[in-house]
Write a protein that binds this ligand. Structure first.
Ligand code: ADP
Ligand code: MG
Length: 564
């Protein structure tokens, strides 16, 4: 059926009860695009109807060159998504009660991610959005619906998805920024680095709830002489900045001198950022994982014995489970789980770490004997983690010099300016009496876990998912607290993770293989079959996530069980 046919139906539907909209489900051929109404909302106040739009490349006319690699397609889709988001605010009109007339596009963050709302396919560009089908009260507003489909939506397509009307330079800059970042990140390992911060980067954000760059008084980043490196980019030539070498790196400095800000930028460097973000050229090893203490969380069957032993009442730490972890046990579990998922770099900030997990100083060692202290502090394990397993750590630590002895690199921040103070720190550490190392010879045993999701509620069409911003998700009856999973940046990612968990459960793959293999398989499925392969129907609000955040969500399931 064509758009004229759709208008005829809408005229007939005018004044009827909202339910009659259900017959709209189907495909329609418009002059410049195809449109599918995939699902019709139950009333004008319910979640909007699901609409997909396919614009053929012959109409959209983006240069072939912009679509040649998967990375370019993701970058172009991200740029178009942002256009659609903006233009939708302008063209949508109030066309009756509730959500009537709304054009709802998934919100995005400062990161460039693969998402389902806009996708670049072989023959066409696909846009998915929520549309509020118009009604006055519960009566269909036929003429408003006709205006929505023949004016608002074609206008949205014409203004946001057609090459000729878009700012070419800006779009190209978007693509090139992503390619530059990806190339910078690719060079890290061969250069022996785990992170890179370009000179001129703006790291501070506007506020704790606003991820845009701080304006006005922000001090641009400048690499200290001792860590200055130059990397190559395809579009911007040689870029100089600070390279953080593999190994153990300490970021020290007085309070409020910018330590946490640097670490947060490094955490986010696993993602590419939009032009103007300030962190476009801050890149981090893709397997870097932020770790923090999270008392109260659930832990299931994790071997935390490298860090914790001899708990009161003979509680096992080789298969440690608790519905209510302490600061130190949660941090120990977080590290072991990250390693299990494949982390190569750990990022830890004293602000969000458990003190007794991080340090145990000489005086405390003298007062409390080792056999009365279950915790082997991280300071005694961080070196072994690197020597035995090649896992680097970047640590913000302004409050204890005990880490000087184990650090390969010490960076001091003074009024947001980094300096290398590795040598001074080493001399100070040697001049003062050492604390007793308590970590033994090796890091300890890593035990693979076979996970079992059968404790989760099962629903034939997938458990219902409810996402509250980035900090919580409800899957069926299980609510997962994700506040401590700090490298999740978009609700779209959280929704996708919930779908991934549903998918793993649906396929009944639990207890077939160790968790890392399960993560491998799911991530491979997405890269081979696309993000739609994890959801029961094509969704408009999913974004790509990393295996580490998926693992973090699984590990926080209170219904999770472990197969021996
Ligand atoms: P620390 O962890 O050392 O205590 P923070 O990283 O929390 O310090 O930073 C303290 C304050 O300084 C924050 O409000 C932050 O936004 C601001 N800040 C950090 N880096 C810069 C910078 N380069 N320019 C301007 N302000 C900054
Ligand atoms: Mg801090």
């Amino acid at each position: 059926m064509d758009d004229q046919g759709l208008c005829r139906i809408l005229r007939q539907l005018d004044g009827q009860s909202y339910r009659a909209y259900k017959q709209l489900a189907g495909h329609y051929r418009f002059p410049d695009f195809d449109l599918e109404i995939a699902h019709v909302q139950g009333d004008p106040f319910a979640a909007p109807s699901r609409v997909s739009i396919w614009v053929p490349h012959e109409v959209a006319q983006f240069p072939d060159d912009w679509q040649q690699t998967p990375l370019r397609r993701v970058a172009l889709a991200d740029a178009l998504h942002r256009q659609v988001y903006q233009i939708a605010q302008q063209v949508q009109q109030r066309r009756g009660s509730g959500k009537s007339g709304r054009l709802m596009v998934a919100a995005v963050s400062q990161a460039i991610l693969q998402r389902t709302a806009v996708q670049i396919h072989k023959g066409f560009i696909e846009l998915r959005l929520g549309v509020g089908l118009p009604a006055f009260g519960r009566r269909i507003a036929g003429n408003e619906a006709i205006a929505l489909f023949t004016q608002d939506i074609p206008q949205l397509v014409a203004q946001a998805l057609i090459y000729a009307v878009l700012p070419h330079g800006e779009l190209l800059h978007h693509l090139e920024t992503v390619e530059d970042a990806a190339t910078l990140r690719q060079q890290l390992r061969q250069q022996g680095l785990v992170a890179f911060i370009a000179n001129g980067a703006i790291l501070p954000r506007r506020s704790g709830v606003d991820e845009r760059p701080l304006q006005g008084q922000a001090v641009a980043f400048q690499a200290p002489a001792g860590l200055a490196v130059t990397l190559e980019t395809p579009h911007s030539g040689a870029i100089s900045g600070m390279g953080i070498p593999a190994g153990i790196t300490l970021i020290v400095g007085g309070g409020y001198h910018g330590k946490s800000t640097v670490l947060r930028a490094i955490e986010q460097g696993v993602y590419d950022h939009i032009p103007g973000d300030g962190r476009e050229r801050v890149v981090t090893d893709a397997a870097a994982v932020k770790i923090r203490a999270e008392d109260g969380r659930s832990v299931v069957g994790v071997n935390i014995s490298p860090f914790i032993n001899n708990l009161p009442q003979g509680i096992s730490t080789e298969q440690f489970s608790t519905p209510n972890a302490s600061g130190s046990t949660s941090q120990a579990a977080g590290i072991i789980e990250a390693i299990e998922a494949g982390a190569q770099v750990l990022l830890i900030d004293e602000d969000t770490a458990a003190t007794n997990f991080m340090i145990r100083d000489r005086n405390m060692q003298a007062l409390i004997a080792k056999d009365k202290e279950p915790i082997t502090p991280f300071v005694d394990k961080v070196r072994q983690l690197y020597d035995d397993h090649g896992i680097s750590t970047i640590l913000v630590m302004g409050g204890s010099g005990d880490y000087f002895r184990v650090a390969d690199t010490v960076i001091a921040l003074d009024s947001y300016q980094p300096q290398v103070v590795t040598e001074q720190a080493r001399i100070i550490a040697q001049a003062n009496a050492a604390r007793q190392a308590e970590g033994g010879e090796q890091f300890g045993t890593l035990t693979p876990r076979y996970i079992d999701l059968s404790g989760l509620q099962q629903h034939p069409r997938g458990n219902k998912v409810k996402v509250r911003d980035v900090d919580a998700v409800v899957i069926g009856q299980e609510s997962i607290d994700l506040r401590a999973v700090e490298q999740l940046i978009e609700p779209n990612q959280v929704r996708a993770i919930a779908q991934a968990i549903n998918e793993l459960q649906r396929r009944g793959v639990a207890n077939q293989c160790p968790l890392p293999e399960l993560l491998d398989r799911l991530m491979a499925q997405i890269s081979e079959q696309g993000m739609d392969s994890i959801s029961p129907f094509p969704m408009s609000d999913l974004a790509m996530f990393r295996r580490f955040e998926l693992a973090a969500a699984i590990n926080r399931l209170r219904q999770l069980r472990i197969q021996p």
